[in-house]
Design a protein around this ligand. Structure first.
Ligand code: AMP
Ligand code: TRP
Length: 323
């Protein structure tokens, strides 16, 4: 099966990104044809620093590898290096109804007064990413579900107008961890762009940072450690995080933690997080000194992606009467 997914190079990755996206990628990489992209063209739809962009792309490639993606098995590359993404985005814009773009939740959340067209067209570029590789499955977190659905819609519209061209992609959400919440405000999702650093645990936070953040994590009124999203969003989120890290069912974690105070439970979550993130930190430190190697992986990935993308675009141009 062809799998495609991507993460923006800006901001540091947190455990929400790991459980929502990367962990699924790891589970899929052995049995499927996987393409994992660092989506720099998406990252520039909000204000950013051009000086830092290349460094951030390299850093994300290091994260992918540190997390365990195997460059012998999967394609890893930066989106802007394969020009077909931009070209297909433009062509898909011609079949995408504006109204559907305006109703995207992420657009409504991010759009401010002076918003640029790039933010509105963000889902069309994402559709181009996905459709260019005949993708069947898109493993992402819950917040991206709507974007994969619009990609499917766009593919259907294109096929109807120009003949069978694109595979209709399906979203794949993890069973648990599709929406990890902020530890500072469990009503919001954990996010890279949250100005409050204490709201997220980054994959490369030091043990001290992890302990400090979890110590101040928001819990709820009451005393029992029980999963109840509505009445106990804070504790439920911490239970989810613990169960994902420990690879245990939530009900088993509840039993294990029975009788503990919230404070003691948070310490348990902190110690497990420190332990489980340690291999990432080690691998990242090791790879940080191997820039040439990582660049070579990106270059090879880019070459392989380009072959696939060029062949698909030949077909698309023909279907649209452009050659
Ligand atoms: P982003 O941080 O927007 O670049 O997202 C990269 C990937 O992580 C996407 O597949 C998102 O759906 C996923 N993701 C982001 N935040 C979370 C979260 N809080 N919980 C679960 N998945 C997430
Ligand atoms: N929009 C996605 C996010 O912010 C990133 C992304 C871009 C993506 N293109 C994609 C994810 C294609 C899956 C498939 O998380």
């Amino acid at each position: 099966m062809r799998i495609f997914s991507g993460i923006q190079p800006t901001g540091s990755l947190h455990i929400g990104n790991y459980f929502g996206a990367i962990k699924q990628w790891l589970d899929l990489q052995d049995e499927n044809d996987c393409v994992f992209c660092i989506v720099d063209l998406h990252a520039i739809t909000v204000p950013y620093d051009p000086e830092k962009l290349q460094k951030l792309i390299l850093e994300k490639a290091i994260v992918y590898l540190a997390a365990g993606l195997d460059p012998e098995k999967v394609i890893i590359f930066a989106q802007s290096k394969v020009k077909e993404h931009s070209e297909l985005c433009w062509l898909l814009n011609t079949v995408t109804p504006l109204g559907e773009l305006y109703r995207m939740t992420q657009f409504k959340d991010k759009a401010k007064k002076n918003e640029k067209a790039g933010l509105l067209n963000y889902p069309v570029l994402m559709a181009a990413d996905i459709l260019l590789y005949d993708t069947e499955t898109v493993p992402v977190g819950e917040d991206q579900k709507q974007h994969v659905e619009i990609a499917r819609d766009i593919a259907r519209k294109f096929n109807r107008s120009f003949g069978e061209t694109f595979v209709l992609p399906k979203v794949k959400l993890p069973k648990y961890g599709a929406r990890v919440m902020s530890i500072a405000d469990p009503k919001k999702k954990m996010s890279k762009s949250d100005p409050d650093e204490k709201s997220r645990i980054s994959l490369f936070d030091s043990p001290e940072e992890i302990r400090k953040k979890l110590k101040s994590a928001i819990t709820d009124t009451g005393k029992t450690i029980k999963y109840d999203e509505l009445k106990k969003p804070g504790i439920s989120n911490l239970l989810t995080i613990y169960s994902l890290l420990a690879e245990k069912e939530i009900k088993d974690v509840e039993k294990e933690m029975k009788g503990k105070s919230y404070k003691a439970f948070k310490e348990e979550v902190a110690e497990l997080t420190v332990l489980k993130l340690e291999p990432f930190r080690k691998k990242r430190d090791e790879l940080s000194g191997r820039e040439v190697y990582v660049r070579e992986i990106l270059r090879r990935g880019e070459e392989k992606a380009r072959v696939l993308a060029e062949s698909k675009m030949d077909d698309v141009r023909k279907k649209m009467g452009l050659r």
